[in-house]
Design a protein around this ligand. Structure first.
Ligand SMILES: [Zn+2]
Length: 458
């Protein structure tokens, strides 16, 4: 057993932030020998009970859950910051040529090593990650994450059409490879497999159908893809699948919407799409720096929460007004699941602070970029929840990661709220938890993350 004494941030089951100015975090093995949180709370309340446990005292620091990134592409580590005229030219000119190199396992392994270093340097302890269409890319990342005991989810990208030579795969072989990788890696240590159709326009009907069959056959495996990011992409998807009600519905029509399915972006949606997300317990990975970078549009947080207030089948006219909705409301009422994601390399930073900041900016905007939406101020506690415990809920891993409540795996960060002169000056004047967290969100980056601790197995 070990303990840490510092300020302590965690979340209750309703998503409300709990904060102890002088807190104690006690970590020890569970029945399987994995390091989990045994106790968390005020130092004064817990100190006597754990007096014999070795304690690391970190005055002035904050212990907080490791961040969970709901959508990131490890093969795009070297694509970050590449200029392009929107999504489709960006894919063609930068992304596909870079991804083609991942047929080479040595190249994949070297990028995987850098990628995991960068995640941990930024305080990200779990990510739902795209590999490429090459099996060696998946093996390389799983091996690297396993070596570090990380809870990481990835999968082989499926793209059997509208993709250039070097990344396009073969329909039948892609499904055989996917099933073999599930059997090889899913549930090994802390690793999880995600069935990964790149996006509907890059997949034939047969490939999507095969992916859906695997999703039904392996219900505890994840599903990840993209949807409704960019208007050109939406039009293309609709033209390719004219029988589906909407772009999102293509995935439902192929058995790819269910708990543990996570779709990046979800910008150009109507309320029927949002209800389909809610009713299938499918989650959105909101990727604001990527959306700003590629000019794709902005996620409508208020609309996502609003569908939580509507019983299924009620007409749109009865839509309740939004605003001020916190995680408690969305969770209790079974609203549309969503959390935050970097989407590197369309996204511009590995840092959860940069992502939370961009989520705030895009939330404030009174437009999706193409249609009106309410401009709302997301509360700092909610932004933080959406990148930790809320993201864990979106992954169906609530109570396992993303929080520091008893029983959670001991993945956490040590934050220095005085990491820069301006942060030190601003956070020392914070009068409330909201002010402290907001100052960190607005001014913070990797310099705030002093240490990232990953739960070890014995
Ligand atoms: Zn993406």
């Amino acid at each position: 057993m070990q303990s840490w004494r510092a300020s302590l941030l965690r979340f209750d089951p309703d998503g409300q932030a709990l904060f102890d100015e002088d807190g104690l975090l006690v970590v020890g093995p569970n029945a399987e020998g994995r390091q989990v949180v045994l106790a968390a709370g005020a130092h004064a309340a817990l100190a006597a009970q754990y007096a014999d446990v070795p304690c690391t005292h970190l005055p002035g620091r904050i212990l907080a859950p490791g961040f969970v990134d709901l959508h990131i592409h490890y093969p795009q580590t070297d694509v970050i910051g590449s200029p392009a005229e929107g999504l489709l030219p960006w894919l063609e000119h930068y992304t596909f040529p870079h991804e083609a190199q991942f047929a080479d396992e040595a190249h994949a392994a070297s990028v995987a090593r850098f990628f995991c270093d960068e995640l941990l340097r930024n305080g990200v302890t779990t990510s739902l990650t795209f590999s490429t269409s090459h099996v060696p890319s998946v093996n390389a990342l799983f091996a690297e994450a396993q070596r570090r005991h990380m809870r990481l989810i990835t999968g082989k990208v499926l793209q059997d059409r509208h993709s250039p030579d070097g990344v396009r795969d073969d329909t039948e072989q892609s499904l055989i490879d996917t099933e073999a990788l599930i059997q090889q890696w899913h549930g090994v240590d802390r690793l999880g497999y995600a069935i990964t159709p790149r996006f509907a326009p890059s997949c034939t009907e047969a490939q999507l159908r095969g992916a859906g069959e695997l999703a039904a056959q392996y219900p505890d495996v994840w599903v990840q893809s993209h949807v409704a990011e960019n208007l050109d992409e939406v039009a293309w998807a609709r033209a390719l699948f004219p029988d589906s009600r909407s772009y999102l519905a293509i995935y439902a029509d192929h058995g790819l919407m269910r708990p543990r399915a996570v779709y990046a972006h979800c910008i150009h949606f109507d309320d029927d799409d949002r209800r389909l997300m809610r009713d299938t317990r499918t989650a959105a990975a909101v990727s604001p720096t990527s959306n700003l970078f590629l000019g794709s549009g902005f996620f409508d947080f208020a609309a996502a929460d609003r569908v939580g207030f509507l019983p299924p089948g009620r007409p749109k006219a009865e839509t309740a007004p939004s605003g001020g909705s916190g995680p408690r409301e969305a969770g209790e009422r079974g609203g549309m699941l969503y959390g935050l994601a970097s989407d590197v390399g369309g996204g511009t930073s590995f840092s959860p602070f940069v992502t939370m900041r961009a989520a705030y900016f895009t939330g404030r905007a009174a437009t999706t970029g193409f249609a009106a939406k309410p401009g709302i101020s997301l509360a700092p506690e909610k932004l933080w929840w959406l990148h930790t415990a809320g993201a864990a809920r979106a992954l169906d891993l609530e109570g396992v990661i993303g929080n520091l409540q008893p029983g959670c795996e001991a993945d956490f960060v040590v934050l220095n709220p005085a990491a820069t002169p301006l942060l030190a000056r601003r956070t020392s004047q914070a009068d409330s938890l909201a002010e402290l967290l907001f100052a960190l969100i607005v001014l913070g980056d990797d310099r705030v993350v002093e240490q990232t601790v990953i739960s070890q197995a014995q």
